[in-house]
Design a protein around this ligand. Structure first.
Ligand SMILES: *Cc1c(COP(=O)(O)O)cnc(C)c1O
Length: 374
């Protein structure tokens, strides 16, 4: 039986978060970008790993970058005294005072946010670190090149501590527009002569564009040991470790006759007499409903030699269960431990079989799954 903090969990599913892997990945990022400071990006509750685990595993970061001011509050309440960056800045003017109290650094990406800061400055005299965002071609957030310098001068005149920031659209791909090179050229042109620290690189740029880092890098997905491209092979030599392991157990075994069908829609049909394992994990736990037959599932101690075996998903994912083909797992039994993703099965591989990327699966770990921080 799995347990969390000595409390038995009766439905045998558990996500384990490995704080040593967090520490390892952060060190690895320091090796890749020794000159840069690190904003550890922990939006979406640390990409589904929980803020608590992120704070424990990433306590040696230079700062945390996130979206919700409530999460900044949580970090302060739990003792984080380092820097915090609100990655999209303020959503409402009313948040300014709290952001100030919490000593958050602010991204400023639009005219409204500039105005809020100009008038706030008038009242309080407090200083924020501002990361002014340039839209260098991604066309999501940020000032257009023609407006950027004016915004910079206005905030500078209000004596905010200025930084330049932009975000890459294609640091994980070649032959896509805009390229990192094009965005860097735009960035360098627009910021020329405006002396301020910069923040440029996401994980993909840290891995593959070491000339586009900036003074503050913003790694997200690589902290969690998941690939920025969606393909695990792309990071297999980068010495990153998976932080989240999602495990459960086989809760039933069905003996099928050749031609029998499995699950909703009968998508899988037994090609011969065989065993099917039923595992306590479904789409309501965050397992992707679009996973195709053949998606890898690791069953511990199930092989001829009592080694783990990777078994293929067989049949439609349901809300609370999946079914797997046990033909290669003669020792699999009710109670066998199963890894859905983590150390043996990269979450990227499960994602790829489901038409998505690892980012989405880890962020979508369901609230009903208990989390153990190791
Ligand atoms: C999410 C995010 C990142 C981190 O991106 P990864 O691809 O996960 O490394 C960096 N910068 C900004 C602005 C983001 O929104």
């Amino acid at each position: 039986m799995l347990s969390v903090a000595n409390q038995l969990i009766h439905r045998p599913i558990l996500a384990s978060i490995d704080t040593k892997a967090f520490r390892h990945n952060l060190n690895r990022i320091r090796e890749l970008a020794p000159e840069s400071k690190i904003w550890s990006v922990i939006k979406a509750k640390g990409y589904g790993h929980t803020l608590n685990a992120a704070l424990q595993g990433l306590d040696l970061t230079d700062g945390f970058a996130l979206l919700d001011i409530a999460d900044a509050q949580w970090l302060r309440d739990h003792g984080w005294q380092g820097r915090i960056l609100l990655l999209e800045g303020l959503f409402h003017e009313a948040e300014l005072e709290q952001a100030d109290q919490l000593q958050c650094d602010l991204v400023v990406h639009c005219e409204k946010q500039v105005q809020w800061l100009e008038s706030y400055k008038g009242k309080s005299g407090h200083e924020f670190n501002v990361f002014l965002k340039l839209n260098s071609g991604m066309n999501r957030l940020g000032f257009k090149p023609a407006q950027y310098r004016t915004a910079f001068h206005r905030l500078h005149a209000s004596s905010y501590r200025m930084h330049h920031m932009t975000h890459f659209a294609n640091a994980d791909q070649v032959d896509r527009s805009p390229s990192v090179g094009e965005q860097m050229e735009c960035f360098n042109d627009v910021t020329e002569g405006l002396h301020a620290p910069s923040s440029l690189a996401n994980s993909a740029a840290i891995l593959w564009h070491r000339n586009a880092l900036g003074d503050w890098i913003r790694p997200g997905i690589m902290l969690y040991g998941v690939s920025p491209t969606g393909t695990f092979a792309d990071i297999v030599r980068s010495d990153l470790q998976a932080v989240m392991q999602l495990r459960s157990q086989i809760i039933a075994i069905q003996e099928l006759k050749k031609g029998d069908h499995v699950g909703y829609g009968g998508r899988y049909q037994a090609p011969e007499d065989m065993r099917i394992g039923v595992i306590a994990c479904g789409y309501a736990d965050g397992y992707p409903r679009h996973a195709q037959d053949g998606t890898p599932v690791w069953i511990e101690d199930a092989g001829e030699d009592k080694q783990g075996v990777i078994c293929p998903l067989a049949g439609q994912v349901s809300m609370d269960m999946i079914t797997v083909d046990l033909r290669d797992a003669p020792h699999a039994k009710v109670g066998s431990m199963v890894e859905l993703w983590g150390k043996v099965i990269p979450v990227d591989d499960v994602a790829q079989m489901s038409g998505t990327i690892g980012y989405e699966l880890i962020c979508a770990l369901a609230p009903r799954v208990p989390v153990e921080i190791k």
